[in-house]
Design a protein around this ligand. Structure first.
Ligand SMILES: Nc1nc2c(c(=O)[nH]1)N[C@H]1C(S)=C(S)[C@@H](COP(=O)(O)O)O[C@H]1N2
Ligand SMILES: [Mo]
Length: 419
């Protein structure tokens, strides 16, 4: 190594404090690093013992990693939504305390001893199950994403909210344990005329949605565990309906009753809400499946590039209500050139997928986008392509490609680049 190259190498190391990235590797420090040479406070006391934290919480240094709401979106927090901090997470599982919440009448606090699930309507034998009764049926474990159909709904007419937490955070991905709904329906015996089910929530909003019997018998779960532990009150404790791949609104929380009928009920949440007005004045309805979608979570407006030019890790999530995600493409230049991202982590049906793209940032502005391909061959559309078909009046089911503009400082912003 020549003298000059050695000097610039050392300068690089000194500036970054904890060791500079040189050719992708962390170089040793030039000057003594007090984080190494000084005795740190936590080396000088005995820490708290094993029972100090009977239910563990994240480090105090992670206190900023929380669900957040957008106060002006809704008039009252009991009928509102907050958002999963996607830019702080990795892998595919959403921790229970960070799953976004959407309530129409606040959180019902149910005494599990007084919990009952009724099955009535077009059945041979109307049944009532306690929580203990449900736990005597064979259970299954599945990781599924739940996405509110209104996710990205504020972005239809152009870029609006500055952060993937707010543009895409009405999603969580959880490992559920539950009883296949099919087993409970078989226990009651569906009459030949029975073609639809109406799950109903025990909260003050008494959430109800019509679901075709075919889906109910296929893969719906009556779930009582999330990521191994009891459902959180926010997510429907003690029991919620899991409707894989379909819009979050149908995943009735605090599930108290399932009625079987011969036709849909046309309730509020499937007429005035969760429908989209098309340009010709007709409304799309019963749009249950969530189309393939993806978003880059880092870098993003809440997670700028802070390390300057050089090796950079781009990551994000992708999902489809119709299957798995075998492929995600990313572009750094607003769609002029695309590269294939690296998928990492389990690829489950109707579950979140994680992708990475490592690149050497030259410090020039970037226009970042990701594009998901699902196992049916469907490719995530641009926002312009969506608007061509759907017009400008939609709120729900916006799965268009998201763009983040990154400037020379690494600051990222929500913009729209679409064609
Ligand atoms: N009983 C009941 N179930 C409900 C709701 C509700 O308000 N009450 N909200 C629905 C909507 S619109 C969505 S998007 C999901 C949100 O689930 P989460 O709060 O676990 O994120 O629950 C659905 N199930
Ligand atoms: Mo929703």
């Amino acid at each position: 190594m020549t003298d000059t190259s050695r000097r610039s190498f050392l300068r690089g190391a000194a500036i970054s404090g904890a060791g500079a990235l040189v050719g992708g590797r962390v170089a040793a420090q030039a000057a003594p690093d007090p984080a190494i040479t000084e005795l740190q406070p936590w080396q000088q006391y005995l820490g708290e013992g094993v029972d100090a934290r009977p239910y563990g919480m994240p480090s105090e240094h992670e206190a900023h990693v929380v669900r957040r709401d957008v106060p002006w979106l809704t008039a009252d927090p009991v009928s509102s939504v907050n958002f999963t901090p996607l830019h702080e997470l990795d892998g595919i599982i959403t921790p229970n305390g960070l799953c976004f919440e959407r309530h129409h009448g606040g959180i019902a606090e149910i005494d599990p001893g007084a919990y009952r699930l009724m099955i009535n309507g077009l059945v041979d034998t109307p049944l009532v199950f306690t929580l203990d009764d449900l736990k005597r049926f064979p259970r299954e474990n599945h990781a599924y994403f739940l996405e509110c159909a209104a996710n990205s709904g504020m972005e239809w007419r152009g870029a609006q909210l500055n952060g993937c937490q707010f543009t895409h955070g009405m999603i969580h991905n959880v490992m559920y344990t539950g009883v296949p709904l099919r087993l409970l329906l078989e226990e009651a015996g569906i009459k030949t005329a029975g073609k639809w089910i109406l799950p109903e929530g025990a909260d003050a909003s008494a959430m109800t949605r019509s679901i075709p019997l075919e889906k109910a018998l296929d893969d719906c779960l009556v779930a009582f565990k999330m990521n191994g532990e009891a459902l959180r009150p926010e997510q429907g404790y003690p029991v919620r309906l899991v409707v894989p791949g379909w819009e979050g609104n149908m995943w009735v929380k605090w599930l108290r009753r399932i009625e079987i009928g011969d036709q849909p009920w046309h309730h509020r949440e499937e007429t005035s809400k969760y429908t989209d007005l098309l340009p010709d004045g007709q409304a799309r309805r019963f749009t249950w499946e969530m189309d393939a979608k993806s978003v880059i979570t880092n870098p993003s407006p809440q997670a700028p590039i802070t390390h300057g030019p050089g090796p950079t890790v781009l990551t994000g999530i992708a999902w489809s209500g119709r299957g798995t995600i075998p492929r995600v493409d990313v572009t750094l230049d607003g769609g002029a050139t695309w590269a294939r991202a690296r998928m990492s982590g389990p690829s489950f049906d109707k579950s979140m997928h994680r992708f990475y793209y490592e690149f050497d940032w030259d410090g020039r502005p970037l226009l970042l986008q990701s594009r998901a391909h699902d196992s049916t061959g469907y490719v995530q559309p641009t926002k312009d392509m969506l608007r061509e078909v759907r017009g400008e009046n939609s709120i729900y089911h916006n799965n268009g490609i998201q763009t983040w503009a990154v400037n020379e400082q690494g600051v990222a912003e929500n913009v729209e680049v679409s064609s």
